[in-house]
Ligand binder design. Structure first.
Ligand code: NI
Length: 140
């Protein structure tokens, strides 16, 4: 159930507001300043909630790697088996002759999910990637 909207004013430098308005415009015609501010506040609150000790989160880790790199698939597989309780699923996509993309879905305490993501991202041969987490039961 949504609560009533409350109006408040915000002061910011003019150039920052101009940049923000350009950002709002890029978000699409249906968006306005208020909706984008609400989205940004919700994102910040969910991120903060995920970082709290004991917070239960869902996370997706996306990585790109060259499957010719030595033993990389075995190493990635071993890490995922070491953390089978946190790893819900993974999807592998062959990008081209050499490169693979993998999306790994995780669940657990925020700190644990981030540690697993760091271990995978730090595996030799992983070219790049990133993790996105959200609270399992967000307050916002
Ligand atoms: Ni592949």
């Amino acid at each position: 159930m949504a609560s009533d909207l409350v109006r408040f004013s915000v002061a910011m430098p003019e150039d920052l507001l101009m940049d923000f308005d350009a950002y709002v415009a890029r978000r699409g015609l249906a968006r306005n300043r208020s909706e984008v501010v609400r989205d940004l506040v919700r994102d910040a609150l969910v991120k903060d909630e995920c970082a709290l000790p004991g917070a239960e989160v869902m996370g997706t880790l996306t990585i790109v790697f060259n499957h010719h790199a030595s033993d990389i698939q075995e190493k990635l597989n071993a890490i995922q088996h070491d953390h089978y309780a946190n790893i819900i699923s993974s999807t592998h996509v062959h990008l081209d002759q050499d490169n693979c993309l993998e999306v790994i879905i995780m669940r657990g305490e925020g700190v644990a999910v981030q540690k697993i993501a760091d271990k995978i991202l730090g595996t030799k041969g992983v070219k790049n990637g990133g993790v996105v987490v959200t609270a399992v039961d967000p307050r916002v």
